[in-house]
Ligand binder design. Structure first.
Ligand code: GAP
Length: 446
Protein backbone atom coordinates (compact mmCIF):
# COMPACT_ATOMS: atom_id res chain seq x y z
CA UNK A 1 0.00 0.00 0.00
CA UNK A 2 2.84 2.44 0.84
CA UNK A 3 4.34 1.83 -2.60
CA UNK A 4 1.06 2.64 -4.30
CA UNK A 5 0.65 5.80 -2.22
CA UNK A 6 4.18 6.83 -3.15
CA UNK A 7 3.60 6.08 -6.86
CA UNK A 8 0.38 8.12 -6.73
CA UNK A 9 2.22 11.18 -5.49
CA UNK A 10 5.39 10.78 -7.61
CA UNK A 11 3.53 10.33 -10.88
CA UNK A 12 0.67 12.75 -10.26
CA UNK A 13 -2.33 10.54 -9.46
CA UNK A 14 -3.18 11.71 -5.92
CA UNK A 15 -1.86 14.47 -3.66
CA UNK A 16 -2.67 15.22 -0.04
CA UNK A 17 -5.18 18.10 0.06
CA UNK A 18 -3.89 21.41 1.52
CA UNK A 19 -0.46 19.78 1.68
CA UNK A 20 1.48 23.06 2.02
CA UNK A 21 -0.57 23.83 5.16
CA UNK A 22 0.06 20.44 6.69
CA UNK A 23 -2.90 18.70 5.03
CA UNK A 24 -6.45 18.04 6.21
CA UNK A 25 -7.58 14.67 7.48
CA UNK A 26 -8.99 12.06 5.07
CA UNK A 27 -9.01 14.53 2.14
CA UNK A 28 -7.09 14.28 -1.14
CA UNK A 29 -6.65 16.08 -4.45
CA UNK A 30 -6.29 14.30 -7.78
CA UNK A 31 -3.40 15.23 -10.09
CA UNK A 32 -3.20 15.10 -13.91
CA UNK A 33 -3.20 11.30 -14.16
CA UNK A 34 -5.59 10.76 -11.26
CA UNK A 35 -8.22 12.98 -12.79
CA UNK A 36 -7.94 11.06 -16.08
CA UNK A 37 -8.31 7.76 -14.23
CA UNK A 38 -11.42 9.01 -12.39
CA UNK A 39 -12.90 10.33 -15.65
CA UNK A 40 -12.46 6.97 -17.35
CA UNK A 41 -13.88 5.00 -14.44
CA UNK A 42 -16.95 7.28 -14.46
CA UNK A 43 -17.35 6.93 -18.19
CA UNK A 44 -16.99 3.13 -18.07
CA UNK A 45 -19.63 2.99 -15.31
CA UNK A 46 -21.99 5.38 -17.14
CA UNK A 47 -21.61 3.46 -20.41
CA UNK A 48 -22.36 0.16 -18.71
CA UNK A 49 -25.22 1.32 -16.48
CA UNK A 50 -26.91 3.99 -18.64
CA UNK A 51 -25.77 4.16 -22.29
CA UNK A 52 -25.99 0.42 -22.95
CA UNK A 53 -29.42 -0.01 -21.30
CA UNK A 54 -32.67 1.24 -22.78
CA UNK A 55 -34.39 1.27 -19.37
CA UNK A 56 -31.90 3.41 -17.38
CA UNK A 57 -31.65 7.21 -17.61
CA UNK A 58 -29.40 9.76 -15.92
CA UNK A 59 -29.87 12.58 -13.42
CA UNK A 60 -27.74 15.29 -11.83
CA UNK A 61 -29.43 16.53 -8.66
CA UNK A 62 -28.32 19.26 -6.23
CA UNK A 63 -25.86 18.60 -3.43
CA UNK A 64 -27.76 20.86 -1.00
CA UNK A 65 -31.45 19.96 -0.83
CA UNK A 66 -34.24 21.06 1.47
CA UNK A 67 -33.16 19.86 4.96
CA UNK A 68 -36.51 18.08 5.35
CA UNK A 69 -35.20 15.55 2.79
CA UNK A 70 -32.59 14.33 5.26
CA UNK A 71 -34.98 14.29 8.20
CA UNK A 72 -37.36 12.14 6.16
CA UNK A 73 -34.69 9.82 4.79
CA UNK A 74 -33.56 9.08 8.36
CA UNK A 75 -30.08 10.58 7.91
CA UNK A 76 -30.43 13.45 10.41
CA UNK A 77 -31.68 11.13 13.12
CA UNK A 78 -29.88 7.92 12.30
CA UNK A 79 -26.88 8.30 9.99
CA UNK A 80 -24.29 7.80 12.65
CA UNK A 81 -21.44 5.54 13.68
CA UNK A 82 -20.91 4.34 17.27
CA UNK A 83 -17.68 5.95 18.50
CA UNK A 84 -15.49 5.45 21.54
CA UNK A 85 -12.85 7.87 22.85
CA UNK A 86 -9.55 6.98 24.50
CA UNK A 87 -9.53 8.79 27.84
CA UNK A 88 -5.72 9.01 27.75
CA UNK A 89 -4.76 10.19 24.24
CA UNK A 90 -8.25 11.54 23.32
CA UNK A 91 -8.23 9.68 19.98
CA UNK A 92 -11.65 8.64 18.69
CA UNK A 93 -12.40 5.24 17.12
CA UNK A 94 -15.36 3.47 15.55
CA UNK A 95 -16.64 1.04 18.15
CA UNK A 96 -17.45 -1.52 15.44
CA UNK A 97 -13.95 -1.27 13.86
CA UNK A 98 -11.79 -1.59 16.97
CA UNK A 99 -10.19 -4.81 15.75
CA UNK A 100 -8.58 -3.02 12.77
CA UNK A 101 -7.75 0.23 14.63
CA UNK A 102 -4.37 1.09 16.12
CA UNK A 103 -3.48 3.26 19.12
CA UNK A 104 -1.90 6.44 17.64
CA UNK A 105 0.66 6.52 20.46
CA UNK A 106 1.46 2.79 20.46
CA UNK A 107 0.70 1.53 16.92
CA UNK A 108 1.57 -2.06 17.90
CA UNK A 109 -1.52 -2.06 20.18
CA UNK A 110 -5.23 -1.81 19.54
CA UNK A 111 -7.26 0.93 21.24
CA UNK A 112 -7.94 -0.12 24.82
CA UNK A 113 -5.03 -2.58 24.86
CA UNK A 114 -2.63 0.26 25.68
CA UNK A 115 -2.79 2.08 29.03
CA UNK A 116 -5.78 4.17 27.84
CA UNK A 117 -9.32 3.39 28.94
CA UNK A 118 -12.12 3.66 26.36
CA UNK A 119 -15.42 5.49 26.93
CA UNK A 120 -18.78 3.80 26.34
CA UNK A 121 -19.83 3.98 22.63
CA UNK A 122 -21.67 7.18 21.62
CA UNK A 123 -23.45 7.86 18.34
CA UNK A 124 -21.67 10.37 16.10
CA UNK A 125 -23.66 11.81 13.17
CA UNK A 126 -21.78 11.84 9.85
CA UNK A 127 -23.75 14.66 8.17
CA UNK A 128 -21.90 17.84 7.22
CA UNK A 129 -23.93 20.87 8.30
CA UNK A 130 -23.87 24.26 6.64
CA UNK A 131 -26.05 27.39 6.62
CA UNK A 132 -28.07 28.95 3.85
CA UNK A 133 -28.26 32.73 3.62
CA UNK A 134 -26.55 35.51 5.54
CA UNK A 135 -27.65 34.54 9.07
CA UNK A 136 -26.72 31.45 11.02
CA UNK A 137 -29.75 30.17 12.90
CA UNK A 138 -31.56 26.91 13.40
CA UNK A 139 -33.84 27.77 10.47
CA UNK A 140 -30.90 28.31 8.09
CA UNK A 141 -29.33 24.88 8.67
CA UNK A 142 -28.76 22.75 5.58
CA UNK A 143 -26.72 19.62 4.86
CA UNK A 144 -24.25 18.48 2.23
CA UNK A 145 -25.71 15.27 0.84
CA UNK A 146 -24.27 12.07 2.33
CA UNK A 147 -25.51 9.98 -0.65
CA UNK A 148 -26.68 10.79 -4.17
CA UNK A 149 -29.60 8.37 -3.89
CA UNK A 150 -32.07 10.77 -2.24
CA UNK A 151 -31.88 13.22 -5.18
CA UNK A 152 -33.09 10.35 -7.35
CA UNK A 153 -36.08 9.54 -5.13
CA UNK A 154 -37.04 13.23 -5.06
CA UNK A 155 -37.15 13.27 -8.87
CA UNK A 156 -38.90 9.91 -9.33
CA UNK A 157 -42.17 11.49 -10.49
CA UNK A 158 -40.42 14.15 -12.64
CA UNK A 159 -38.38 11.57 -14.51
CA UNK A 160 -41.37 9.27 -14.87
CA UNK A 161 -43.43 12.06 -16.44
CA UNK A 162 -40.63 13.33 -18.65
CA UNK A 163 -39.34 10.00 -19.93
CA UNK A 164 -42.51 7.86 -19.92
CA UNK A 165 -40.51 4.86 -18.68
CA UNK A 166 -42.39 2.02 -17.00
CA UNK A 167 -41.07 -0.17 -14.17
CA UNK A 168 -38.67 -1.90 -14.26
CA UNK A 169 -36.51 1.15 -14.97
CA UNK A 170 -33.55 2.91 -13.40
CA UNK A 171 -32.29 6.43 -12.67
CA UNK A 172 -28.53 6.77 -12.36
CA UNK A 173 -26.39 9.53 -10.95
CA UNK A 174 -22.69 10.22 -10.41
CA UNK A 175 -21.77 13.01 -8.03
CA UNK A 176 -20.02 14.12 -4.87
CA UNK A 177 -21.19 13.04 -1.44
CA UNK A 178 -19.88 14.17 1.94
CA UNK A 179 -19.49 12.35 5.26
CA UNK A 180 -17.74 13.51 8.39
CA UNK A 181 -15.67 10.32 8.61
CA UNK A 182 -13.38 10.35 11.59
CA UNK A 183 -11.74 6.95 11.38
CA UNK A 184 -8.45 6.47 9.50
CA UNK A 185 -9.25 6.29 5.83
CA UNK A 186 -6.61 3.96 4.33
CA UNK A 187 -5.59 6.58 1.77
CA UNK A 188 -8.48 7.34 -0.65
CA UNK A 189 -10.51 4.28 0.45
CA UNK A 190 -12.47 6.35 2.97
CA UNK A 191 -12.51 10.13 2.61
CA UNK A 192 -14.74 12.99 3.75
CA UNK A 193 -15.75 13.99 0.26
CA UNK A 194 -15.99 11.38 -2.46
CA UNK A 195 -17.83 10.68 -5.65
CA UNK A 196 -20.61 8.13 -5.72
CA UNK A 197 -22.06 6.27 -8.67
CA UNK A 198 -25.55 5.10 -7.72
CA UNK A 199 -28.56 3.78 -9.56
CA UNK A 200 -32.06 3.34 -8.17
CA UNK A 201 -33.83 0.61 -10.14
CA UNK A 202 -37.63 0.79 -9.67
CA UNK A 203 -39.43 -2.53 -10.03
CA UNK A 204 -42.88 -4.02 -9.45
CA UNK A 205 -42.69 -5.43 -5.87
CA UNK A 206 -43.17 -9.01 -7.09
CA UNK A 207 -40.01 -8.72 -9.23
CA UNK A 208 -37.71 -7.61 -6.38
CA UNK A 209 -35.86 -10.93 -5.93
CA UNK A 210 -35.24 -11.40 -9.63
CA UNK A 211 -33.77 -7.90 -10.11
CA UNK A 212 -31.70 -8.13 -6.91
CA UNK A 213 -30.05 -11.26 -8.33
CA UNK A 214 -29.65 -9.56 -11.73
CA UNK A 215 -27.84 -6.46 -10.41
CA UNK A 216 -25.62 -8.41 -8.03
CA UNK A 217 -24.33 -10.40 -10.99
CA UNK A 218 -24.17 -7.46 -13.43
CA UNK A 219 -22.12 -5.31 -11.08
CA UNK A 220 -19.71 -8.14 -10.18
CA UNK A 221 -19.21 -8.90 -13.90
CA UNK A 222 -18.41 -5.24 -14.63
CA UNK A 223 -15.35 -5.29 -12.39
CA UNK A 224 -14.12 -8.53 -13.95
CA UNK A 225 -14.74 -7.18 -17.47
CA UNK A 226 -12.53 -4.19 -16.61
CA UNK A 227 -9.69 -6.46 -15.59
CA UNK A 228 -10.06 -7.03 -11.83
CA UNK A 229 -8.83 -10.47 -10.76
CA UNK A 230 -12.02 -12.38 -9.78
CA UNK A 231 -10.02 -14.28 -7.15
CA UNK A 232 -9.58 -10.96 -5.31
CA UNK A 233 -13.34 -10.28 -5.26
CA UNK A 234 -16.12 -11.81 -3.21
CA UNK A 235 -19.81 -11.17 -2.63
CA UNK A 236 -21.09 -11.06 0.93
CA UNK A 237 -24.68 -10.83 2.16
CA UNK A 238 -25.22 -8.56 5.16
CA UNK A 239 -26.59 -10.20 8.26
CA UNK A 240 -29.65 -8.66 9.91
CA UNK A 241 -27.65 -6.60 12.43
CA UNK A 242 -25.59 -4.98 9.67
CA UNK A 243 -28.47 -3.86 7.44
CA UNK A 244 -29.07 -0.12 6.99
CA UNK A 245 -32.41 1.19 8.31
CA UNK A 246 -33.88 1.28 4.77
CA UNK A 247 -32.74 -2.14 3.59
CA UNK A 248 -34.17 -5.67 3.79
CA UNK A 249 -31.17 -7.25 2.04
CA UNK A 250 -27.74 -5.96 0.98
CA UNK A 251 -24.89 -7.63 -0.81
CA UNK A 252 -21.39 -6.16 -0.72
CA UNK A 253 -18.91 -6.71 -3.50
CA UNK A 254 -15.69 -6.86 -1.51
CA UNK A 255 -12.05 -6.70 -2.59
CA UNK A 256 -9.02 -8.18 -0.82
CA UNK A 257 -7.23 -4.88 -0.15
CA UNK A 258 -3.69 -4.85 1.31
CA UNK A 259 -5.41 -3.90 4.61
CA UNK A 260 -7.98 -6.73 4.43
CA UNK A 261 -11.36 -7.41 2.79
CA UNK A 262 -13.31 -4.21 2.29
CA UNK A 263 -16.52 -3.03 0.65
CA UNK A 264 -16.10 -1.86 -2.92
CA UNK A 265 -19.78 -1.53 -3.77
CA UNK A 266 -23.10 -2.44 -2.17
CA UNK A 267 -26.25 -3.70 -3.89
CA UNK A 268 -29.27 -3.09 -1.66
CA UNK A 269 -32.97 -3.90 -1.61
CA UNK A 270 -34.47 -0.60 -0.43
CA UNK A 271 -38.08 -1.77 -0.91
CA UNK A 272 -40.59 1.13 -1.11
CA UNK A 273 -39.08 2.71 2.03
CA UNK A 274 -37.80 5.95 0.49
CA UNK A 275 -40.67 6.70 -1.92
CA UNK A 276 -43.25 6.03 0.81
CA UNK A 277 -41.43 8.17 3.40
CA UNK A 278 -41.09 11.09 0.96
CA UNK A 279 -44.74 10.71 -0.10
CA UNK A 280 -45.90 10.91 3.50
CA UNK A 281 -43.60 13.78 4.49
CA UNK A 282 -44.08 15.94 1.39
CA UNK A 283 -47.74 15.17 0.69
CA UNK A 284 -46.85 14.35 -2.94
CA UNK A 285 -48.01 10.94 -4.05
CA UNK A 286 -44.92 9.11 -5.37
CA UNK A 287 -46.72 6.12 -6.87
CA UNK A 288 -46.78 4.50 -10.26
CA UNK A 289 -50.06 4.05 -12.12
CA UNK A 290 -50.01 1.17 -14.58
CA UNK A 291 -52.38 2.16 -17.41
CA UNK A 292 -52.73 -1.43 -18.57
CA UNK A 293 -53.65 -3.14 -15.31
CA UNK A 294 -55.12 0.11 -13.80
CA UNK A 295 -53.06 -0.74 -10.73
CA UNK A 296 -51.42 1.94 -8.54
CA UNK A 297 -48.38 0.88 -6.56
CA UNK A 298 -45.16 2.20 -5.00
CA UNK A 299 -42.27 0.51 -6.79
CA UNK A 300 -39.60 -1.40 -4.88
CA UNK A 301 -36.01 -0.31 -5.40
CA UNK A 302 -32.80 -2.22 -6.06
CA UNK A 303 -29.78 0.03 -5.58
CA UNK A 304 -26.24 -0.66 -6.83
CA UNK A 305 -24.13 1.98 -5.02
CA UNK A 306 -20.38 2.36 -5.48
CA UNK A 307 -17.73 4.98 -4.91
CA UNK A 308 -15.76 6.22 -7.93
CA UNK A 309 -12.64 7.00 -5.87
CA UNK A 310 -12.75 3.58 -4.23
CA UNK A 311 -13.20 1.95 -7.64
CA UNK A 312 -10.20 3.86 -9.03
CA UNK A 313 -8.09 2.85 -6.02
CA UNK A 314 -9.16 -0.77 -6.46
CA UNK A 315 -8.30 -0.77 -10.19
CA UNK A 316 -4.92 0.65 -9.27
CA UNK A 317 -4.15 -1.85 -6.51
CA UNK A 318 -5.28 -4.74 -8.69
CA UNK A 319 -3.26 -3.53 -11.70
CA UNK A 320 -0.07 -2.94 -9.73
CA UNK A 321 2.79 -5.38 -10.23
CA UNK A 322 6.48 -5.34 -9.44
CA UNK A 323 7.56 -7.72 -12.15
CA UNK A 324 10.92 -9.49 -11.87
CA UNK A 325 12.84 -9.41 -15.16
CA UNK A 326 16.22 -10.93 -16.01
CA UNK A 327 18.27 -8.03 -14.70
CA UNK A 328 15.89 -5.93 -12.66
CA UNK A 329 12.30 -5.41 -11.55
CA UNK A 330 9.83 -3.28 -13.48
CA UNK A 331 6.84 -1.57 -11.88
CA UNK A 332 3.81 -1.85 -14.10
CA UNK A 333 0.12 -0.99 -13.85
CA UNK A 334 -1.82 -3.46 -16.00
CA UNK A 335 -4.85 -1.18 -16.43
CA UNK A 336 -7.56 -2.21 -18.87
CA UNK A 337 -7.00 0.10 -21.90
CA UNK A 338 -10.48 1.58 -21.35
CA UNK A 339 -9.45 3.06 -17.98
CA UNK A 340 -5.72 3.72 -18.52
CA UNK A 341 -5.11 7.49 -18.03
CA UNK A 342 -2.77 7.56 -21.05
CA UNK A 343 -3.48 5.23 -23.96
CA UNK A 344 -0.42 5.78 -26.13
CA UNK A 345 3.13 7.01 -25.62
CA UNK A 346 4.87 8.31 -28.74
CA UNK A 347 8.66 8.47 -28.93
CA UNK A 348 11.29 9.34 -31.52
CA UNK A 349 14.14 6.83 -31.13
CA UNK A 350 16.65 9.71 -31.30
CA UNK A 351 16.31 13.49 -31.40
CA UNK A 352 17.49 13.93 -35.02
CA UNK A 353 16.98 12.94 -38.66
CA UNK A 354 13.38 14.16 -38.70
CA UNK A 355 12.25 11.58 -36.12
CA UNK A 356 10.90 14.08 -33.56
CA UNK A 357 8.83 15.82 -36.25
CA UNK A 358 7.40 12.51 -37.50
CA UNK A 359 6.63 11.42 -33.94
CA UNK A 360 4.87 14.76 -33.28
CA UNK A 361 2.72 14.22 -36.40
CA UNK A 362 1.69 10.78 -35.12
CA UNK A 363 1.01 12.20 -31.65
CA UNK A 364 -1.26 14.92 -33.08
CA UNK A 365 -3.13 12.43 -35.25
CA UNK A 366 -3.79 10.17 -32.25
CA UNK A 367 -4.89 13.12 -30.11
CA UNK A 368 -7.27 14.30 -32.84
CA UNK A 369 -8.72 10.76 -32.79
CA UNK A 370 -9.38 11.22 -29.02
CA UNK A 371 -6.64 8.92 -27.75
CA UNK A 372 -4.88 10.31 -24.67
CA UNK A 373 -1.27 10.48 -25.87
CA UNK A 374 2.02 11.40 -24.25
CA UNK A 375 5.07 12.50 -26.26
CA UNK A 376 8.51 11.83 -24.79
CA UNK A 377 11.93 12.29 -26.37
CA UNK A 378 14.06 12.38 -23.21
CA UNK A 379 16.42 9.59 -22.14
CA UNK A 380 17.09 6.04 -23.31
CA UNK A 381 14.16 4.34 -25.04
CA UNK A 382 14.08 1.56 -22.41
CA UNK A 383 13.65 4.12 -19.65
CA UNK A 384 10.86 5.84 -21.56
CA UNK A 385 9.02 2.51 -21.84
CA UNK A 386 9.45 1.94 -18.11
CA UNK A 387 8.08 5.37 -17.24
CA UNK A 388 4.94 4.58 -19.22
CA UNK A 389 4.67 1.05 -17.70
CA UNK A 390 4.60 2.65 -14.27
CA UNK A 391 1.53 4.74 -15.12
CA UNK A 392 -0.18 1.95 -17.04
CA UNK A 393 0.08 3.18 -20.67
CA UNK A 394 -0.87 0.10 -22.71
CA UNK A 395 0.92 1.00 -25.98
CA UNK A 396 4.10 2.87 -26.88
CA UNK A 397 4.89 3.84 -30.46
CA UNK A 398 8.46 4.43 -31.53
CA UNK A 399 9.60 6.24 -34.66
CA UNK A 400 13.03 5.04 -35.86
CA UNK A 401 15.22 5.18 -38.97
CA UNK A 402 13.05 2.64 -40.82
CA UNK A 403 9.97 4.81 -40.21
CA UNK A 404 11.65 7.61 -42.12
CA UNK A 405 12.39 5.37 -45.10
CA UNK A 406 9.55 2.84 -44.99
CA UNK A 407 6.65 4.31 -42.94
CA UNK A 408 6.67 1.53 -40.31
CA UNK A 409 6.60 2.26 -36.56
CA UNK A 410 7.21 -0.05 -33.62
CA UNK A 411 4.26 -0.67 -31.30
CA UNK A 412 5.43 -1.95 -27.91
CA UNK A 413 2.82 -3.67 -25.72
CA UNK A 414 2.96 -2.85 -22.00
CA UNK A 415 1.92 -6.26 -20.62
CA UNK A 416 3.90 -8.66 -22.84
CA UNK A 417 6.63 -6.12 -23.74
CA UNK A 418 6.34 -7.59 -27.26
CA UNK A 419 6.94 -5.31 -30.22
CA UNK A 420 5.23 -5.26 -33.63
CA UNK A 421 5.98 -3.30 -36.78
CA UNK A 422 2.90 -1.46 -38.01
CA UNK A 423 2.36 0.84 -41.02
CA UNK A 424 1.45 4.38 -39.94
CA UNK A 425 -1.71 4.29 -42.07
CA UNK A 426 -2.90 1.19 -40.19
CA UNK A 427 -1.85 2.33 -36.73
CA UNK A 428 -5.24 3.47 -35.45
CA UNK A 429 -7.04 0.30 -36.61
CA UNK A 430 -4.25 -1.80 -35.07
CA UNK A 431 -4.56 -0.02 -31.71
CA UNK A 432 -8.37 -0.25 -31.71
CA UNK A 433 -8.15 -4.00 -32.30
CA UNK A 434 -5.48 -4.44 -29.61
CA UNK A 435 -7.69 -2.52 -27.14
CA UNK A 436 -10.73 -4.61 -28.05
CA UNK A 437 -8.84 -7.89 -27.59
CA UNK A 438 -7.07 -6.95 -24.35
CA UNK A 439 -7.14 -9.62 -21.65
CA UNK A 440 -5.74 -9.52 -18.17
CA UNK A 441 -2.17 -10.93 -18.11
CA UNK A 442 -1.17 -13.67 -15.71
CA UNK A 443 1.14 -12.25 -13.02
CA UNK A 444 4.79 -13.31 -13.45
CA UNK A 445 5.83 -15.43 -10.45
CA UNK A 446 8.32 -13.54 -8.30
N1 GAP B 1 -26.98 5.02 -1.12
C1 GAP B 1 -26.36 3.95 -0.44
C2 GAP B 1 -25.05 4.28 0.07
O1 GAP B 1 -24.62 5.42 0.07
P1 GAP B 1 -22.92 3.23 1.15
O2 GAP B 1 -22.52 1.79 1.31
O3 GAP B 1 -22.89 4.07 2.36
O4 GAP B 1 -24.35 3.20 0.48
C3 GAP B 1 -21.94 3.35 -1.25
O5 GAP B 1 -22.01 3.90 0.04
C4 GAP B 1 -20.50 3.30 -1.72
O6 GAP B 1 -19.93 4.60 -1.64
C5 GAP B 1 -19.57 2.41 -0.92
O7 GAP B 1 -19.65 1.07 -1.37
C6 GAP B 1 -18.21 3.00 -1.21
O8 GAP B 1 -17.71 2.53 -2.46
C7 GAP B 1 -18.53 4.47 -1.37
N2 GAP B 1 -18.24 5.19 -0.11
C8 GAP B 1 -19.01 5.28 0.99
N3 GAP B 1 -18.42 6.04 1.94
C9 GAP B 1 -17.24 6.44 1.41
C10 GAP B 1 -16.16 7.24 1.89
N4 GAP B 1 -16.21 7.82 3.08
N5 GAP B 1 -15.09 7.43 1.07
C11 GAP B 1 -15.05 6.87 -0.15
N6 GAP B 1 -16.03 6.11 -0.66
C12 GAP B 1 -17.11 5.89 0.10
Amino acid sequence: MERIVSLCKRRGFVFQASEIYGGIGNTYDYGPLGVELLRRVKEAWWNDVVVERANVVGLDSAIIQNPKVWETSGHVGGFSDPMVDCKKCKARFRADHLAEARCPEKPSKRPGECAGELTEPREFNLMFKTNIGPLESSSSVAYLRPETAQGIFLNFQNVLNASRLVPPFGIAQIGKSFRNEITPGNFVFRTREFEQAEMEFFVPPAEEAQWYAFWKQARFDWYVKLGIDPAMLRQREHDAAELAHYSTATNDIEYAYPFGWGELEGIACRTDFDLKRHSEASGTDLVYFDPQTKERYTPYVIEPAGGINRMALTFMIDAYEEQPLEKDVRTVLHFHPEIAPITTGVFPLVKKDGMPEKAREIEEELRRGRLATFYDEKGAIGRRYRRQDEVGTPFCITVDGDTMSGDLVTVRHRDSMEQSRVAIGELRAYLDEAMRCWTRPEPVAS
